[in-house]
Design a protein around this ligand. Structure first.
Ligand SMILES: O=C(O)CCC(=O)C(=O)O
Ligand SMILES: [Fe+2]
Length: 252
């Protein structure tokens, strides 16, 4: 059966969730959080103080605990409880391999210290880009609300972007996608600003065998609804000043 009541389903080792079609390395866990957990987080995102949202032309976002300034996290307060639980302990609970206890075992703070929340109404996306040098090269993205495709792109010899994606990853609601290593440093990622993802099939989706509900896409279509993503990363530089800043400089 392709669909069953929502429950968390974690692999004993992350290696079991590896997207084998991709270069080193990406992992996809379809049932990383439950429907109740998804609803609780969505409620917190939607009811966050208005000052928390930054409106871009088509998309809006929140950063927790704060923005980066010159690649540095200024506000060193811990993540709020609703972003910490259940995601962070769950991320840290999955062994990567026999000799690496978890995904953040070799990162400077041993855990993610920053969350970016992006909201994508249908027909919005994000231009192809690399995440750059501010972060330890492990990106953990939890998807909420709707499925969409993340595209991976290669730079051409002359440095220009090849506009055809080399791979597509379908991210279902409640899933976790992890990208690391060469995939972090050598490839660009982006989301097309379209109302429906088309031509979805076993042949075109890199993580097809790891999907929760492949039968939903039998017609090759994913009609998008609003999707919220939570991107967990470890920011390498944290300001010592940050924890001493007065309340005037802090967002609620
Ligand atoms: O929302 C996503 O899945 C991707 C977000 C992203 O690439 C970024 O914020 O750097
Ligand atoms: Fe990114």
């Amino acid at each position: 059966m392709d669909s069953y009541p929502s429950q968390v389903n974690l692999p004993a080792k992350l290696e079991a969730s590896r997207i084998n079609a991709l270069p080193p390395a990406a992992y996809y866990i379809a049932d990383f959080i439950s429907e109740d957990e998804e609803q609780a987080i969505l409620h917190k995102v939607e009811t966050a103080p208005k000052a928390r949202w930054r409106q871009l032309t088509h998309r809006r976002l929140q950063t927790w605990p704060s923005d980066l300034v010159k690649d540095t996290l200024l506000d060193a307060r811990p993540l709020p409880d609703w972003l910490e639980q259940p995601v962070v302990p769950r991320l840290l609970s999955i062994p990567l391999s026999d000799n690496e206890p978890n995904l953040f075992a070799t990162s400077p703070h041993g855990r993610p210290n920053h969350v970016l929340i992006n909201e994508y109404p249908p027909s919005t996306g994000i231009m192809p880009h690399k995440d750059g040098g501010a972060y330890h090269p492990v990106v953990c993205t939890v998807s909420l609300g709707s499925s969409l495709c993340l595209n991976l792109y290669k730079s051409k010899e002359d440095g220009a972007l090849d506009p055809e994606p080399v791979w597509r990853i379908l991210q279902e609601p409640r899933s976790l996608l992890v990208t690391t290593a060469e995939l972090y440093s050598e490839y660009l990622h982006g989301i097309e600003p379209i109302s429906a993802d088309v031509n979805i099939s076993e042949q075109t989706i890199a993580n097809w065998s790891l999907l929760r509900s492949p039968s939903l896409y039998r017609d090759g279509l994913n009609q998008r609804k609003t999707r919220i993503s939570l991107t967990y990363r470890d920011v390498l530089k944290v300001s010592k000043l940050g924890s001493k800043l007065g309340p005037m400089f802090k967002l609620p």
